[in-house]
Design a protein. Structure first.
Length: 596
């Protein structure tokens, strides 16, 4: 007996974005192809809903439902609740998994490159993303280019950076710290050291019998670094950036030996994660991230909304200070929102380490119970933080999709090619839907400062990166090409945006981590497309080479005064040279000159 469902379309029709007749138990579209038909019940929007579900397997579904309500309240989101993504059931783990996985077999096929070097390369931190274009190694020219990069890296691996002798005056240090404090006001990320104490550190460091803790020193150097990057009038940033990086790395090992579970140590970890990535020190960044998770868990960031620890907790609503609520309760709710905000950024970092560097999950299902924060943190809808709120909400939706994709991949994906590609198409559709709903390109056009611009481009770059990875994860590659044309088109858009918005000297002094997290995959897609000779025509080859060459030049400039970044510089240089050689051999010097 068939009954008409008054709820929503079935999961498959929603994913495929086709009309569903909503017949139970199976709709006409699923019957036609003999597919499983699943109707997911719409979550009721009641104020008395428990803040954290008791079934850990459904925690992400509950979180996503809460995000719908927050977006509606902020008038930021326009996503139809019928289009909310489903969360697959998976195993629950209540503790962190700190064990490193044994390196698995290489995804690369036979090639002229030495097999042991390829395995080492593919399992390394820095070049893990090569797995997404694994057929790169089936082409002799591509494999040779990678070998060239490896040889260059090996030849210079023991050449460390010369210690910086630069002295930063106390006046300049305070000027940059003031610039940082005058610019960053968002309640969700408030470093715990008072402004007055930070400005006194230059004097304290000169007193022999006074010891400034390693965590405080890391925050001090990081705040100066943030300040100098905001100083548009200071031109020669390179030596100062290198000096601050070396000082931070010099104290990092001492800090890791002495680390304590304090807010100061947590914020030192936040700063060191990004700073280590900027120096291509992914091992240090990973160690620091794991330490940040340990501290955050000890400080209660993983159990902010656990019923066991918050028996009287109520989900955040339109107002964080309703009538009759005490100042202490209101302050407590703001503090909880800060913890929620920071936890969700840790969760996003966990996904980034898994996607970009092949690291195992640190924040596992069942180990946390944290709702989304009110995106204003303190309940005051400040227009100056509007872009930051949008950035947070959009990226957390992308993080949820990433989590599901990673869990699906870890489980082995679909057993057949058709089912595999249909699932990937579903992930692609969800990302495209987020882009259509938030329209970050239009938001970008309305920005008036570098900070808001970065929030918008981070959304765009993150979606581009995910789309490329998803497309490259499909089994049914068109015509046997090593990269899909969809990936190539998205890669071009990504590099063009990077060139137009972040290609100036203002960003080049602190741009290697931007390349690692956002442009390495587009670069690999475009370069392998050229080297393999799978471009559609000469015009596309010239256009792609122009973008590849420009990005290589950006990386070389960014790494010129940063010896620790030579590994990524060597990879870009070798693949760019291989691209140029491909066009030189096929089309002659005229095409090469026109492209470059």
């Amino acid at each position: 007996m068939h009954m008409m469902s008054s709820a929503i379309s079935c999961n498959r029709c929603k994913t495929k974005k086709i009309r569903c007749n909503r017949i139970s138990p199976r709709c006409d579209k699923c019957i036609a192809i003999d597919a499983e038909c699943i109707y997911l019940p719409r979550k009721p929007r009641t104020k008395n809903k428990p803040s954290v579900p008791h079934d850990n397997n459904n925690v992400l579904a509950e979180i996503l439902n809460r995000l719908d309500r927050l977006e509606n309240h902020c008038s930021l989101g326009r996503i139809d609740p019928d289009q909310a993504v489903s969360i697959p059931r998976s195993r629950s783990v209540s503790t962190f998994d700190w064990e490193e996985p044994e390196p698995g077999p290489s995804d690369a096929q036979s090639s002229p490159a030495k097999q042991d070097e390829l395995k080492s390369l593919l399992s390394s931190n820095l070049f893990y993303q090569l797995r997404y274009v694994a057929p790169l190694f089936e082409n002799a020219a591509c494999a040779a280019a990678v070998d060239t990069a490896l040889a260059s890296i090996a030849a210079t691996s023991n050449q460390g950076a010369e210690p910086s002798s630069l002295q930063i005056s106390k006046e300049k240090a305070r000027q940059w710290m003031d610039l940082y404090h005058d610019t960053y006001h968002f309640e969700g990320f408030r470093q715990p050291l008072e402004r007055g104490f930070l400005t006194s550190i230059p004097d304290l460091l000169e007193i022999p019998h006074v010891t400034v803790s390693p965590a405080a020193q890391i925050i001090y150097y990081s705040v100066i670094l943030q300040g100098i990057m905001l100083d548009a009038e200071y031109a020669d940033k390179g030596p100062v950036v290198q000096c601050l990086y070396q000082k931070s790395m010099g104290v990092a090992e001492v800090w890791l030996d002495q680390v304590q579970n304090t807010p100061t140590d947590l914020y030192a970890a936040f700063f060191m994660i990004s700073k280590s990535l900027e120096g291509c020190n992914t091992e240090m960044s990973w160690r620091t991230f794991r330490q940040a998770c340990i501290i955050a868990q000890a400080l209660g960031y993983f159990s902010v909304d656990s019923p066991a620890t918050n028996p009287t907790h109520h989900p955040p609503g339109p107002s964080l200070a309703p009538a009759g609520k005490s100042v202490e309760e209101d302050s407590s709710e703001v503090e909880k929102n800060r913890k929620r905000f920071e936890f969700w950024h840790l969760l996003r970092l966990d996904c980034l380490f898994r996607l970009h560097f092949g690291r195992p999950a640190v924040i596992t299902q069942g180990s946390w119970a944290v709702n989304f924060p009110d995106p204003t943190i303190n309940g005051v809808d400040d227009a100056s933080t509007r872009f930051l709120q949008i950035h947070f909400l959009a990226l957390m939706r992308l993080t949820l999709i990433n989590l599901r994709f990673l869990e699906w991949k870890d489980a082995g994906g679909s057993s057949d090619e058709v089912g595999h590609d249909e699932t990937v198409d579903g992930f692609i559709g969800e990302v495209q839907e987020i882009m259509a709903s938030w329209n970050p390109e239009d938001l970008l056009a309305s920005t008036t400062n570098h900070v808001d611009m970065w929030f918008c481009v981070d959304i765009i770059f993150s979606t581009y990166q995910m789309l490329i990875i998803f497309y490259q994860s499909k089994r049914g590659h068109q015509d046997g090409h090593m990269v899909l044309q969809n990936s190539v088109d998205i890669a071009k858009k990504s590099v063009r945006l990077f060139q137009s918005r972040l290609g100036s000297g203002f960003f080049v002094y602190w741009g290697v981590s931007l390349v690692l997290l956002h442009q390495f995959m587009p670069f690999l897609v475009l370069s392998s497309h050229i080297i393999a000779g799978t471009t559609r025509d000469d015009d596309e080859a010239r256009e792609s080479l122009t973008l590849v060459t420009w990005l290589d030049e950006f990386v070389q400039k960014a790494a010129a005064e940063r010896p620790e970044t030579r590994s990524i510089g060597s990879m870009f240089k070798a693949l760019t040279a291989a691209c140029q050689d491909r066009l030189r051999r096929n089309k002659g010097q005229g095409v090469l000159a026109g492209a470059v």
